[in-house]
Design a protein around this ligand. Structure first.
Ligand code: COA
Ligand code: ZN
Length: 319
């Protein structure tokens, strides 16, 4: 399966956007800022800080401008904001974020539920945005939600996904994310779609965004790695979920992902101890349990003290 594994993997943290957007309680602005500043020191490639969307659609991120203005932004991490339309792009340009993540769904029904636009209307918005941002340093990433299945329509054909990748690239977007919004992807499908995209656009910067809704998150990462993908979104503690997709649950967990990759001998450049500390803090911030497992189990290298009774057996020659 792993004939040519990429040596280093880039990790993008999305907890303050994907994670906080559907929490039952509003996370205070100062807490968001503190968390982002702490995460930025840990070697992550990007942090998706917030989204510039309708405050009525996502009230938890209505403080987006305050958060962007206050974070320190003194690390090499790229600071990203999710944007669905021209209005969001105007706000992002005013505030000077490094990158905007333009999102639409592959399926019409989920795009209507999430963005209140048809796929064509979203693409028209992105065309305008490409014009608005041309000549500025702001980068454009395009995300295709429901790439591996839609909660309303079920599976989406590979051909349809590839058509939208093409539509994004025609509009001049710089990089692409295939997103599994409600955890419907299975590893064989992931490998096949990643291979198809990489064969057709070998130079394209490709990210995979998985949710662990059906327990397949890290298996899907392995499938994408086998297809040569080396950039992944993940969320601290495994917090996350789309408020406009029934049954959506958390992203793959950043610290579990980094732990797995480290133990496979792959380099992420991310400080795992630092992540575990922030994940512990996050459980206190949201005031409920988080799905991440390494925080609870400890790292694989962390052995436990031998019970006294076993020590005694060993001393008595039972070893
Ligand atoms: N940022 C802030 N406010 C915005 C906005 C943006 N990017 N886009 C629209 N608005 C405001 C409008 O000004 C208007 O406000 P008003 O009623 O006070 O005048 C209101 O939102 C409705 O605007 P409209 O253009 O009619 O949008 P809509 O109601 O058709 O909704 C979206 C379209 C895209 C704005 C909305 O569906 C949305 O924000 N979706 C994001 C969902 C999301 O984040 N999902 C999870 C991430 S994938
Ligand atoms: Zn997501």
């Amino acid at each position: 399966m792993f004939t040519e594994l990429p040596k280093s993997i880039l990790i993008n943290e999305v907890v303050t956007r994907d994670g906080f957007q559907s929490e039952p309680d509003f996370v205070p602005t100062a807490t968001k800022i503190e968390l982002i500043n702490a995460l930025a020191g840990l070697g992550l490639n990007k942090i998706e800080v917030t989204s510039f969307v309708s405050p009525r659609a996502v009230p938890n991120l209505s403080d987006a401008a305050d958060v962007i203005r206050a974070i320190t932004r003194d690390t090499p991490t790229r600071y990203v904001a999710l944007v669905p339309n021209e209005k969001g792009c105007t706000r992002a340009l005013e505030l000077g974020v490094d990158e905007i993540n333009l999102v639409m769904s592959v399926s019409e029904s989920h795009n209507l539920a999430n963005m209140r636009m048809t796929c064509d209307q979203s693409l028209q918005q992105f065309e305008q945005i490409a014009g608005m941002t041309a000549g500025t340093p702001m980068r454009l990433n395009g995300s295709l939600a429901t790439s591996f299945g839609c909660p309303f329509e079920g599976p989406q054909t590979q051909e349809r996904v590839l058509r939208f990748v093409d539509a994004y690239l025609e509009r001049g977007l710089h990089s692409l994310t295939l997103a599994d919004t409600t955890g419907m992807a299975v590893p064989s499908q992931v490998q096949s779609l990643c291979q198809a995209v990489r064969e057709r656009w070998p130079e394209l910067e490709l990210t995979l965004h998985f949710h662990n809704t059906r327990g397949l998150g890290l298996a899907n990462v392995l499938a994408a790695l086998a297809a040569g993908v080396h950039q992944f979104d993940a969320s601290l503690g495994g917090l996350g979920g789309c408020p406009f997709a029934p049954g959506a649950t958390g992203n793959i967990c950043t610290e579990d992902l980094v732990h797995m990759l480290n133990e496979m001998g792959l380099d992420t450049g991310v400080d795992l101890d630092g992540l575990l500390l922030q994940s512990q803090r996050l459980a206190g911030i949201v005031n409920h349990d988080l799905p991440g497992q390494v925080r609870k189990a400890g790292q694989r290298s962390q052995t436990r003290p031998l019970p006294q009774s076993v020590k005694q057996l060993m001393q008595n020659g039972h070893s």
